[in-house]
Design a protein around this ligand. Structure first.
Ligand code: CP3
Length: 347
């Protein structure tokens, strides 16, 4: 369906309404990693593209992959198909996705890094294409990695979970690390702002490794850079809501929400939603937090898990999601069953 271009202020979307704390008839929903390897049509295009990065940087293919899950399951939002690691690439770091091993980044040469937005122009073209083809009632989510999470991959060169070497380097020369995060923060502001200009209705900041930092470093390297991004985007795009997802932030979720000023707060599956609903003020829209393993399992356990979450979120702004990404072995029929349940659920 071709959509008539309308500005955010004249379009009413259940998704952004929930983020802004407005009354909505049901909980809007989407799933992290809703585009990807569990879908046969994704695997076909992925093979056709040859490499994951080629898929990300070919707007025609990336737009198609963005739309695939929405066509099947009619979620309330599409998420741009790309990756958080395109920022290190645009800063000048070598980036490869090695089959079966995940991302690998080249040597860190921060002194020579400079953000080259032209390298990311295919991403903005993807957003324009998706927006043209997406129904006007469906939101389009842009995204970026948070500076800390990007730094984890950039310093270590690959992911390994605990990032102890990165923590150690950062803590040993904290002032130098502040400057490094500032460089990433500046690029992220420009990148997200350009995504909104191209047609993203909201943006999500993924801080996948927020859980590895204790205070006071959590405030310094998770909260502060995110707060800078939120404040800069508010100046440039006051009507665009922002979602933060500091995964595994645990007891620090409320502080993160209060100090960054995000509109929406992603809650990982490891955090009881009861706890977040109790501790986070109601002006913040919570998002989450079904364990992706329940989606993999399907059936009664999945639906019961979803019901439990919706009951807990009753009476506050809420977006249903998983507590982390869709697992690649997930049967698409489970996603269809959960989507039907969510679309018909009324509080
Ligand atoms: O559907 C969507 O959610 C949109 C696309 C998206 C991808 N990555 C596609 C992808 C998004 C939003 C991301 C975010 C991302 N990327 C994060 C934050 C969220 C999280 O998972 O914590 C992180 C840490 C990355 C970095 C990254 N990209 C890793 C560690 C890997 C390898 C692990 C894996 O699952 O293979 C990727 C690759 C990647 N990003 C794939 C997809 C669909 C798989 C690549 C393939 O198809 O071969």
């Amino acid at each position: 369906m071709l959509s008539v271009p309308q500005s955010q202020s004249t379009r009413s979307l259940i998704f952004t309404d929930a983020l802004m704390g407005k009354a909505v008839p049901r909980a809007p929903f989407w799933f992290m990693r809703q585009a990807g390897r569990y879908l046969p049509e994704y695997r076909r295009l992925r093979q056709e593209a040859g490499s994951f990065l080629k898929l990300c940087f070919t707007p025609e293919l990336a737009a198609e992959v963005t739309l695939q899950p929405v066509r099947r399951f009619n979620m309330d939002a599409a998420i741009l198909f790309s990756d958080i690691l395109v920022i290190p690439y645009a800063l000048g770091q070598q980036l490869d996705f090695v089959e079966g091993e995940g991302p690998q980044l080249g040597p860190l040469n921060a002194a020579t890094f400079a953000y080259d937005e032209k390298k990311l122009s295919p991403v903005f073209e993807t957003i324009r294409r998706v927006r043209q083809q997406l129904s006007p009632e469906t939101a389009l989510i842009g995204f970026a990695g948070a500076p800390w999470t990007l730094a984890c991959y950039m310093v270590q060169g690959k992911g390994d979970g605990a990032f102890e070497s990165v923590k150690s380097i950062a803590m040993q020369d904290a002032d130098k690390f502040d400057a490094f995060l500032d460089l990433i923060t500046g690029a992220t502001i420009l990148y997200l702002s350009a995504q909104i200009d191209a047609g993203a209705d909201t943006v999500q900041i993924f801080d996948s490794w927020a859980g590895v930092l204790p205070e006071p470093y959590f405030s310094r390297w998770i909260i502060l850079p995110t707060q800078k991004i939120v404040q800069a985007l508010r100046q440039l795009h006051p009507e665009t809501p922002i979602i933060g997802f500091p995964r595994e932030a645990g007891a620090l979720y409320p502080k993160y929400a209060a100090e960054t000023g995000v509109n929406g707060l992603g809650i990982g599956w490891e955090t009881p939603l009861e706890r977040a609903a109790h501790d986070v003020p109601k002006n913040v829209c919570l998002q989450g937090n079904l364990d992706p393993l329940l989606l993999l399992k399907g059936g009664v356990a999945m639906i019961d898990g979803a019901k439990r979450i919706l009951e807990t979120a009753r009476g506050r702004p809420f977006i249903f999601n998983l507590g982390h990404g869709v697992i690649k072995e997930t049967p698409p029929v489970h996603v269809a069953e959960l989507s039907d349940f969510l679309r018909n659920f009324r509080w």
